[in-house]
Ligand binder design. Structure first.
Ligand code: BMA
Length: 371
């Protein structure tokens, strides 16, 4: 019942996609429309998102129109996350073995079915990777985004650095992939683009202890300016530090690229410890984030979250949604369902009934709710 009502109202509120104009204005309009759409939808509730949803699940891989989420609750996630790591090397598959041709197809498909797309990027370490990277035999974390042995990586790729030229090639490869994300009408898919995430931690080569605030901002601007120059006005830029006990507004803003550069303000927050600690931190961080978003005209989102392997099957409704219900966020996205480490539901797992309980909540939005 809820789903049908929502469908009708949704169709009235949401004007649909942009026309077929393949002009910068058309794409800008698509981006503005995505922003407006997200802003409107957040009055109804918050969307559910899942990383790598259509590619594989706990019991299947690469089956047309399959999804652990859909197989659990009957609907697609409203938001789908895709990951570019590996594109910089010219690889045909990403770091999680997803073929980029498949990724392109599924991004366009999700947009065409009325869903929202977000893209992240875990590029390899430009200073320590060897040519060919993991495929050439480098063992994790060596040469990857998680290789944090050297604190001069960001500096090395900025203008004047020894790896600057290499990084220009890497950015071009990102640009070339993004250029392929067009519908059959030639319209570019609007995308929430979320590079250089979890930068207030120090587990990626662009992390807090690996570069100065100035270097971080230069890194951000270098990529953003390149893609803007290449004509990508279809991107909503998302900034997403990691959840932390000390993440107040001052800390959040330390590396913030600026209001003119950011449309979506996010936080990545996983439950690695106790429920109580997670709830307290998430609550505190979302209070700060949603106030900042409302003061600055931004959209707030929990850009990544999850409890690894759903070790508490009730997590969806006992831990997560009681906090999210309190805040005007646009969406939350749980990470991928990889056999050894999953964050989404799966039909045969004990959390499925609790996931379905969450699915039935009026304010938790799946694809049919946002069409
Ligand atoms: C991490 C893990 C990795 C994966 C990476 C990029 O959090 O899921 O296995 O390679 O994200 O998707």
């Amino acid at each position: 019942m809820k789903k049908l009502m929502v469908l009708a109202v949704g169709a009235m509120i949401i004007a649909g996609c942009t026309g077929s104009k393949n002009t910068a204005e058309g794409e800008k309009a698509g981006m503005d429309q995505l922003f407006e759409r997200m802003d409107t939808l957040k009055k109804k509730g918050y969307m559910f998102g899942h990383q790598d949803d259509p590619f594989y699940g706990l019991t299947w891989e690469y089956q047309t129109d399959s999804s652990d989420v859909k197989n659990t609750c009957g609907d697609w996630p409203a938001v789908m996350g895709f990951e570019l790591g590996g594109i910089e090397m010219g690889d045909t598959k990403n770091l999680d073995s997803v073929p980029f041709t498949k990724m392109r197809e599924e991004i366009i498909k999700h947009h065409e079915r009325g869903g929202i797309v977000t893209i992240s990027w875990h590029p390899r370490n430009p200073l320590t990777t060897i040519e060919g990277g993991g495929n050439a035999g480098q063992k994790f974390p060596e040469g990857t985004a998680w290789d944090v042995r050297d604190t001069t990586v960001v500096k090395s790729i900025l203008e004047g650095g020894e790896k600057h030229e290499l990084f220009l090639t890497w950015m071009q490869r990102v640009s070339d992939f993004l250029a392929q994300l067009k519908t059959s009408d030639g319209e570019r898919v609007p995308i929430i683009f979320r590079p250089w995430h979890e930068n207030t931690g120090s587990w990626f080569w662009w992390g807090e202890k690996l570069c100065t605030t100035e270097e971080y901002k230069e890194l951000w601007n270098m990529l953003q300016d390149k893609l803007v120059m290449d004509g990508f006005s279809n991107l909503l830029w998302a900034y997403s530090p990691g959840m932390a006990a000390d993440l107040d507004e001052i800390k959040y803003l330390e590396r913030y690229p600026g209001d003119d550069r950011i449309q979506v303000v996010g936080i990545d927050g996983y439950q690695w410890g106790t429920k109580e600690d997670f709830v307290a931190q998430l609550d505190q961080n979302l209070a700060m984030l949603t106030k900042f978003a409302s003061d600055h005209g931004k959209i707030a989102a929990l850009t990544e979250c999850g409890l690894k392997n759903l070790t508490d099957p009730t997590w969806w409704t006992s831990t997560l949604t009681p906090v999210l219900d309190k805040y005007a966020i646009s969406y939350f996205l749980v990470w991928r369902n990889y056999k050894e480490e999953w964050f989404g539901p799966s039909p045969a797992k004990p959390d499925a009934p609790y996931f379905n309980e969450m699915f039935k909540k009026e304010n938790v939005l799946f694809l049919e709710d946002i069409k």
